[in-house]
Design a protein around this ligand. Structure first.
Ligand SMILES: *[C@@H]1O[C@H](CO)[C@@H](O)[C@H](O)[C@H]1NC(C)=O
Ligand SMILES: *[C@@H]1O[C@H](CO)[C@@H](O)[C@H](O)[C@H]1NC(C)=O
Ligand SMILES: *[C@@H]1O[C@H](CO)[C@@H](O)[C@H](O)[C@H]1NC(C)=O
Ligand SMILES: *[C@@H]1O[C@H](CO)[C@@H](O)[C@H](O)[C@H]1NC(C)=O
Length: 508
């Protein structure tokens, strides 16, 4: 049996699990029969025009279709936990701790493991025949340690898969200091469902026509009655560690369009869902940062990194990353690529068709540390993990669409985008009136330094720190990483709807 560092013991197989396993075995038979022709599993059209996939990430379809061999080669490399397993912390009884937790108490449901940990046991191609994500699950969902001998990258760097946030979040929540055992004391409720991992068969196999989510709803309705009904689910949250588009196919749509039905189930309409990319018009969707490869375990490690970010010599005015595909030629990406080539020594090109970018942070970060600005055009969808890579590397992001960050990460990024980023219009690039080099070249060194200092302030809140960290500076309530900011945002949201119970769910 596979070991999962950082989790409580997986409960013994229950009858429900046995039934589930039988279903899985028959599903596996189906999978084995289609194993021979993975091309037939090519993802259907995505909601936003497919331009190109640059950081084809982990359990994303594209990485698997293009490099199944590399992924399969990673299997069974799960390591023993470096640190001892922690059990769910006892809820603090003394009054000092109790008051520190006032307004911050979270109840985490004990879902049957088929909704979370048991899915990880199926990582070796048992959910989808050509997707093996066992290597990515280890180390609390951070993936394999990258083992660089370079001092800057020696600790705390991992080949993190962009779609492992459910595991990362769960690892942290198990250690959250204000967990409560009593639903009636809770300020908010966390549903530890691995929505994106659970979605894989619904996205890539002939389970595609089925609805994702009814079993979860049934469980909540039957087993969470009081807490679920108290506020119609509005104080509940869960993580769907992919883009919201991957979970929002209409219930009436039986034509095999892309996406599962999880986020359109009416019963879940009041639940706040954290995803990597939200539907900007829905207040119940909340975007949280993509996990990157840097997960500091000590304040020293973080300080060493920010020192590098501040002092690194940035020989390039701007950087552009992306794999090249023929379909790119007329897209904004193709145009930006051409501008980068034309800018010669002022632009640094990171070609992800040459370096495998998705689980390989070091070459990416080495590039980003040497550019002042990083271009962030839309990809398959509006957001990209590389937005967070560039923030963490202090490379000022240049956006071409407001949905790439501004309408997304409202709990993590500043309200005033001009403090940390540059905006250029897509039409301006397309009609040739905007020359990237010219615009960026007009920024003074003073202004660039100011913006970089803003980015440096955003680094802690843009990464997921190591869950076993014992460094007092990192576990201090004053220190907020992306997890802390997400939880804080949720608690504030609950406070505000309790204060205005009749306010609309919809926000612009
Ligand atoms: C890094 O080292 C660990 C422990 O020795 C090993 O399990 C892991 O596979 C290595 N990672 C890579 C990318 O080689
Ligand atoms: C509620 O929980 C019980 C005990 O774990 C379980 O047997 C039952 O199937 C659950 N209900 C639903 C609808 O999942
Ligand atoms: C969502 O919350 C509203 C307001 O509390 C409530 O009227 C509605 O029934 C809830 N919806 C569901 C599906 O529980
Ligand atoms: C190009 O697009 C920009 C931005 O939308 C617009 O302001 C400008 O007038 C356009 N120029 C031409 C030549 O069409």
């Amino acid at each position: 049996m596979v070991e999962f560092p950082g989790f409580d013991q997986v409960p013994k197989t229950s009858r429900a699990n046995l039934v589930y396993c039988c279903c899985i075995s028959s599903l596996m038979l189906i999978l084995i029969t289609i194993w021979a022709c993975p091309e037939s599993l090519a993802p259907p059209t995505r909601p936003v025009a497919v331009v190109e996939v640059e950081l084809a990430d982990g359990i994303s379809p594209d990485a698997q279709l293009h490099e199944p061999v590399g992924i399969l080669a990673n299997q069974q490399q799960l390591t023993k936990p470096a640190a001892p397993r922690l059990v769910k912390p006892a809820v603090a009884a003394d009054s000092a701790a109790a008051s520190a937790c006032a307004g911050r108490r979270i109840y985490m449901y004990e879902l049957p493991t088929e909704f979370n940990l048991a899915l990880l046991e199926l990582c070796a191609s048992k959910l989808v025949g050509w997707i093996n994500f066992c290597a990515h699950v280890q180390n609390y969902g951070f993936g394999e340690s990258v083992n660089s001998s370079e001092p800057l990258f020696v600790d705390d760097w991992y080949g993190t898969d962009a779609y492992m946030l459910e595991v990362i979040f769960h690892s942290r929540m198990l250690r959250y200091e204000c967990l409560t055992d009593s639903p009636s004391d809770a300020d908010a409720f966390f549903i530890p469902f691995y929505a994106g991992i659970h979605a894989l068969p619904y996205l890539y196999t002939d389970k595609r026509m089925e609805w994702q989510g009814p079993e979860l709803v049934a469980w909540l309705q039957e087993n969470a009655t009081d807490s679920w009904q108290r506020h119609g689910g509005r104080d509940h949250f869960l993580i769907a560690g992919r883009t919201a588009w991957d979970f929002s196919r209409s219930l009436e749509d039986d034509t095999g369009h892309w996406g599962t039905t999880l986020l359109v189930l009416p019963e879940l309409a009041n639940v706040t869902v954290f995803s990597l990319e939200r539907r900007p018009w829905l207040s119940m969707d909340q975007a949280v940062p993509y996990p990157t490869g840097f997960h500091p375990s000590t304040a020293t490690s973080l300080r060493r990194w920010t020192h590098e970010v501040r002092t690194s010599s940035r020989e390039y005015l701007f950087a552009f990353s992306g794999a090249l595909r023929p379909s790119m030629a007329t897209s904004i990406r193709g145009l930006l690529y051409n501008q980068c080539i034309n800018s010669k020594t002022r632009c640094s090109l990171l070609d992800c068709s040459k370096i495998k970018c998705s689980h390989n942070p070091i070459p990416i970060y080495k590039k980003l540390l040497h550019a002042e600005f990083c271009l962030q055009p839309r990809g398959d969808t509006a957001t990209r993990r590389s937005v967070f890579d560039s923030i963490i590397a202090g490379c000022i992001p240049v956006f071409f669409h407001e949905d790439t960050a501004y309408t997304q990460y409202s709990w993590h990024l500043p309200k005033d985008p001009t403090t940390y980023s540059v905006f250029m219009s897509e039409t301006g690039i397309k009609n040739g009136s905007i020359l990237v080099e010219e615009v960026l070249g007009s920024y003074s060194q003073t202004r660039i330094k100011e913006m970089r200092e803003e980015l440096i302030k955003l680094i802690p809140g843009s990464l997921y720190r190591h869950p076993e960290s014992t460094d007092p500076k990192l576990i201090d309530p004053e220190f907020c990483d992306a997890f802390d900011l997400s939880v804080k945002g949720m608690l504030n949201k609950v406070l505000s709807f309790k204060a205005h119970p009749h306010s609309s769910q919809l926000a612009s």
